[in-house]
Design a protein around this ligand. Structure first.
Ligand code: PRX
Length: 640
């Protein structure tokens, strides 16, 4: 082990796996497992055997219509049967499936058997409401057991869930519900956040005025905030009543392997959010295998993924991965530093969390409060740690490793995306780690770094991160937009999946992720498209045009820097007639209203013009270069 000094761009430290971890590990020899994965169809087929199939697949991979790959065709399977029903016939029946905790110190434990009953009731009620296989059910809920019940109920009957992160706001909710044409919305009265209740129901009340497809809304009484009864029109029903007197038997729908499981919206570089579509069997195989091997899951684990279920991290690794393995998953509702910066460590100690998966932004945030918080708790139960969402800087890695992992729990820095469904580049507990590197592709994954023509670049050189072979949990298309699917991911560099990230590989073949190659920001790990933020700015009456770039931020990674052209007569400091706030404050409020608190504004600058190409496209590259004090590059296409 080398000295603890942080060398950002030339990180040379290596942390060899500890013998005790390796001895217990599901996969003891990383390189040998990678070797096995080279015969990737066979590798994944073996992994698919772990599930209960109503009918086994005929073909592992159908690649006759690339890039519309199909996995395990001919098979019939049900995710919920495998994640819940299967366990109630075993000794796990009365084991806790979901351990819910929140910032008020409340807790709820839901056993596999209780989960089974709740899911069946919910599923039966959805059927009574006329929800058919393939129809969409939207969810806008806090981190709470009912969210998992609703998702699993959809999967049980073959309805397609569309979970909307509860930190998004009216505009984003409307867009996602309408694009998916959801028939049902499941929401809650509110969510707890830093001692306050955010009234989600108020947000959906407003959103639903613009969502004609929603026939029924189910409202979870989560915070106990009174809801005006007039709001509960005939189209709405409380969760508790919804579940009353319903029979608790529900046959799982034998889904075809390629039947859609869920749509999850994410930001792209242009226009409206993309509906990433995932299907059933391959997704199950991918998330269960990665959860088991990367986090080395065993029967006695208590698993905690802090990622919100409203994003892919929560879908794959707070819900489906752990439940498919029969593990207890801890769901926490609240901020990492409320009521105090020790709250997460208090929870680890209280419940004896063994595997802990979080984000670099959360670590950087908690690191700022110093070592005294983690050091005052017993964190010795932790065996494996993990991070996801953005590059992990070596400083934060070291802090996490020492203060949280006690220099014995390895850190799994996992690279993946909403689109990939599962981890694609990540170590295993038996891997030698380098702080800041995501190490090597998971067994069965053929990732590479290439130039614009698709040629592999030499070691040490930066390039586009691509994947050369298909993998089971890959998304299958963008909902109702095949062309965008092809154009965004497959046509840029023919024959390979282009992830939209830049990366380099070092002399040991370890991957280092450098960031996005497109106009997508990563704010506290959340993906925010510049085009969406620009549209939100322009929808304000005082704004004529806007261009947005990322501004680096020591904690959040990036925040928004906006350049706005205001309409005649406005200045950022102008006081607005109605409420006497300044325009600049109103712009920030407007953005929060449209997009939610994920859209963190760092700076708004008023400008007279924006750099554009002759065809009128904003050249954000020029703004970025200017911001970073770099050379403006080729400006021959610049209009002015
Ligand atoms: O830029 C990469 C970054 O997050 C993007 C995917 O974002 P999203 O679909 O929201 O999913 C986040 C959770 C899977 C990637 O294109 N990213 C994700 N993981 C890492 C990362 N960047 C660096 N290191 C990672 N481990």
């Amino acid at each position: 082990m080398t000295k603890d000094t942080t060398v950002l761009l030339n990180e040379k430290r290596i942390f060899n796996p500890n013998a005790e971890t390796v001895e217990k590990a599901n996969v003891k020899d990383w390189e040998a497992e990678i070797e096995k994965g080279k015969d990737f169809k066979r590798y994944w087929a073996e992994k698919a055997e772990q599930f209960h199939w109503f009918k086994k697949w005929d073909t592992v991979l159908d690649d006759s219509n690339k890039p519309f790959y199909k996995w395990f065709t001919g098979g019939r399977i049900n995710l919920t049967y495998n994640a819940v029903d299967r366990w109630i016939k075993t000794e796990k029946r009365n084991q806790v499936a979901i351990l819910y905790a929140n910032e008020n110190g409340d807790e709820k434990k839901v056993t596999y058997y209780e989960l089974y009953l709740a899911v069946n009731k919910f599923a039966n009620r959805l059927k009574n409401l006329g929800v058919k296989k393939g129809e969409r059910v939207a969810m806008y809920l806090p981190m709470c057991p009912e969210l998992l019940v609703a998702m699993l109920a959809c999967a049980k009957i073959g309805a397609v869930h569309n979970v909307i992160y509860s930190g998004l706001s009216v505009g984003a909710v409307v867009e996602r519900i309408n694009d998916s044409k959801a028939k049902i919305l499941v929401t809650a009265d509110g969510t707890f956040r830093r001692g306050k209740v955010i009234e989600l129901k108020k947000i959906t009340d407003e959103a639903l005025l613009r969502c004609p497809t929603v026939e029924t809304t189910i409202v979870v009484e989560h915070t106990g905030t009174p809801i005006k009864t007039s709001d509960l029109s005939g189209k709405e029903i409380f969760y508790r009543r919804f579940m009353e007197k319903e029979t608790a038997e529900c046959e799982p729908e034998p889904m075809e392997s390629e039947d859609p499981l869920f749509i999850l919206y994410t930001s792209g570089s242009t226009g409206k959010p993309k509906g990433v579509l995932h299907t059933t069997a391959g997704y199950m195989v991918g998330v269960a295998t990665t959860t088991r091997n990367i986090f080395d899951i065993h029967n006695d684990d208590l698993w905690w993924c802090t990622g919100d279920v409203g994003w892919i991290t929560g879908h794959s690794y707070a819900v489906y991965g752990p439940l498919l393995l029969g593990t207890t998953t801890l769901i926490y509702e609240g901020a990492p530093d409320f009521p105090g910066p020790g709250i997460w460590w208090e929870i680890v100690e209280k419940y004896g969390v063994t595997k802990f998966y979080t984000s670099p932004t959360a670590i950087r945030h908690l690191m700022r409060y110093g070592n005294k918080y983690p050091n005052s708790y017993d964190l010795s139960s932790l065996k494996v740690l993990g991070t996801v969402g953005e590059p992990m800087n070596p400083e934060a890695w070291m802090w996490f490793y020492k203060n949280i992992g006690g220099e014995k729990a390895p850190i799994m820095d996992t690279w993946w995306q909403t689109e990939t469904g599962m981890h694609l580049i990540a170590p295993l507990p038996s891997t030698a780690l380098k702080p800041g590197s995501v190490t090597k592709p998971f067994p069965g994954i053929d990732a590479d770094i290439v130039d614009e023509e698709g040629n592999s670049v030499p070691l040490g050189k930066g390039g586009y991160l691509v994947v050369r072979n298909p993998w089971p949990a890959m998304f299958r298309t963008l909902y109702k937009d095949k062309q965008r699917y092809l154009d965004t991911y497959w046509n840029k560099i023919p024959g390979v999946y282009t992830a939209g990230d830049m990366a380099r590989r070092d002399e040991d073949g370890y991957f280092w992720i450098q960031g996005r190659s497109d106009d997508v920001l990563k704010i506290a790990g959340h993906r925010v498209g510049t085009a969406e933020v620009e549209s939100a700015f322009v929808s304000h009456p005082a704004v004529a045009e806007a261009a947005v770039i990322g501004k680096s931020d020591p904690i959040k990674g990036q925040v928004i820097k906006a350049f706005v052209i205001l309409k005649e007569g406005y200045k950022l400091k102008t006081r607005l007639m109605e409420n006497q706030t300044k325009l600049i404050e109103d712009l920030e409020r407007h953005l929060r209203y449209e997009l939610g608190p994920v859209a963190v504004v760092g700076e708004i600058v008023q400008v007279d013009s924006l750099p554009k190409t002759r065809s009128g496209k904003i050249m954000r590259r020029v703004l970025r270069a200017q911001e970073n004090g770099e050379d403006l590059g080729d400006t021959s296409t610049l209009e002015d």
